[in-house]
Ligand binder design. Structure first.
Ligand code: DLL
Length: 446
């Protein structure tokens, strides 16, 4: 193991070296074997899934090659709600050691469960993901993901312990205290949503603390869409490497995929545990490697809650190009946004992260923004509110000029016409977890 490690880039430390560098042909064989077993078990144990397969006239035996997965029906979020709370579990409730849930905006929460085996797999995959981002055994991990029903806090917690790190289980909020503990304990690794990391950096600056002077080295940021511009901004402010991590509770929680600190370009999706597909979000036809569409994931090892072709609603592309780090698992490129977060403004499709890419790093602006949606007659209207930098002490006319400059950039780079309102520092609400980027006031206007 050590000699193999030494043969690779010195910088590359892998938590599960043999698996992470497995030749793709072997990986596909492992996937086929695990997929077959997952289909058989789910069909036998989950009546709601059996009914769906039967209605689609397909049986686990119909899987002859990996690409036959396209014959099986999708699972969507509403299937979890219809079977609330435990109806999709494939094991007796007594074998479930942990529940998590996401609140959602309407109706019942989505409930997910884990067996002892699932919790072990999750800790392993999070340890693998964290090592991939550059965390090392012995590091102090300041974990500012929320603890509780959200999977972020406990997911990162057990992964960091599994890797051999010292965990500071601080959760989100109490930002001045976060800064004090980052100073006192000297954490090397920060786990947070990117928007909360920005909040921490800002509060630190207000307290006269320069985060760049602290031992912090790596930021493991995810749970919400963020742009390359935001990465550059956070890296400069905090003097760290900011690395993307992806996951969703229905599939596992964090640790489904993770960027490597070597390339910082796309997230290695852990293919020994998940099968990734991209489908056209309208026709649901499979899309070839490299084409954008909706990410669909099938679990290959989950015991409590196996998921067959779960439609994530996340828009991205897959890449099986070799990576500089030596890992062979394919990469999920940056998730630009969710299907259901896409705004249609006067016929133009817009993701908030595209607007973010224009705003962050724009001279005179701070990276705090919000998108307000209103209705004017029959037309939807978008106003982008963004804060001026504290140093930008222009007159009202300067603010107007800046707003019109930003409006032009959004028009030419994103293609949408909007208003821009430059706010004073501190006027945009700060996030402690997943940032609320869009305020939809259309329902309130007649
Ligand atoms: O957000 C799990 C997680 C925790 C991931 C901590 C990473 C770090 P959910 O609350 O179920 O789970 O939300 C899942 O969040 O479908 C995406 O839309 C979005 N998301 C998660 N990670 C990223 C990312 C957790 N790196 C939903 N980039 C997913 C963009 C992300 N969107």
């Amino acid at each position: 193991m050590n000699t193999q490690r030494a043969a690779l880039n010195n910088d590359v430390f892998m938590f599960q070296h043999e698996i992470e560098t497995m030749p793709r042909v072997k990986l596909a064989a492992l996937q086929f074997d695990r997929l077959k077993k997952t289909l058989e078990r789910t069909y036998a144990k989950v009546p709601a899934v059996k009914r769906k397969f039967d209605a689609a006239n397909v049986k686990p035996d119909d899987l002859k090659t990996l690409s036959d997965i396209a014959r099986f029906p999708f699972t969507v979020k509403s299937n979890l709600r219809e079977n609330y709370p435990f109806g999709l579990f494939a094991v007796p409730r007594e074998q479930i050691l942990r529940l998590h849930a996401s609140s959602g905006t309407t109706g019942k929460p989505t409930v997910v469960g884990y067996t002892k085996g699932d919790l072990g797999t999750w800790a392993d995959l999070m340890a693998r993901s964290m090592a991939c981002t550059g965390a090392r055994p012995g590091d102090i991990v300041h974990n500012a993901y929320g603890y509780g029903l959200f999977t972020g806090g406990l997911g990162a917690h057990y992964g960091a312990e599994r890797l051999g790190c010292t965990v500071v289980p601080i959760s989100g909020g109490g930002t001045e205290r976060q800064v004090a503990l980052l100073q006192d304990f000297g954490a090397q690794v920060l786990c947070a949503t990117p928007s909360y990391a920005l909040n921490i950096a800002e509060v630190a600056a207000g307290m006269g603390v320069d985060v760049r002077g602290l031992p912090l080295r790596t930021g493991i940021f995810g749970a919400e869409p963020w742009s390359e511009a935001m990465r550059t901004d956070i890296q400069q402010r905090m003097g760290i490497k900011a690395v993307d991590i992806y996951g969703l509770s229905e599939i596992l929680g964090p640790g489904v995929a993770s960027e490597c600190h070597v390339a910082q370009h796309g997230l290695h999706g852990w293919e020994d545990h998940f099968l990734f597909e991209i489908v056209d979000p309208e026709t649901f036809e499979p899309k070839p490697m490299g084409e954008a569409g909706e990410l669909v994931i099938t679990t290959l090892s989950k015991e409590a809650l196996p998921m067959i072709r779960y439609r994530t609603r996340d828009i991205t592309t897959l890449s099986d190009e070799p990576c500089a780090c030596g890992r062979t698992h394919m990469r999920i490129m940056r998730v630009t946004g969710r299907n259901d977060d896409m705004l249609i403004i006067r016929g133009v499709n817009v993701y908030p992260s595209q607007v973010e890419a224009v705003l962050v790093g724009f001279p005179g602006l701070s990276p705090h923004y919000q998108i307000m949606l209103t209705r004017e007659g029959a037309l939807d209207h978008m106003t982008v509110e963004v804060e001026a930098m504290p140093e930008f002490t222009g007159s009202e006319a300067d603010h107007k000029n800046k707003a019109s400059e930003v409006r032009h950039h959004i028009k030419s780079l994103v293609g949408v016409t909007c208003d821009v309102d430059i706010k004073m520092p501190g006027e945009i609400p700060r996030s402690q977890g997943k940032a609320v980027r869009v305020k939809d006031m259309r329902k309130r206007t007649p």
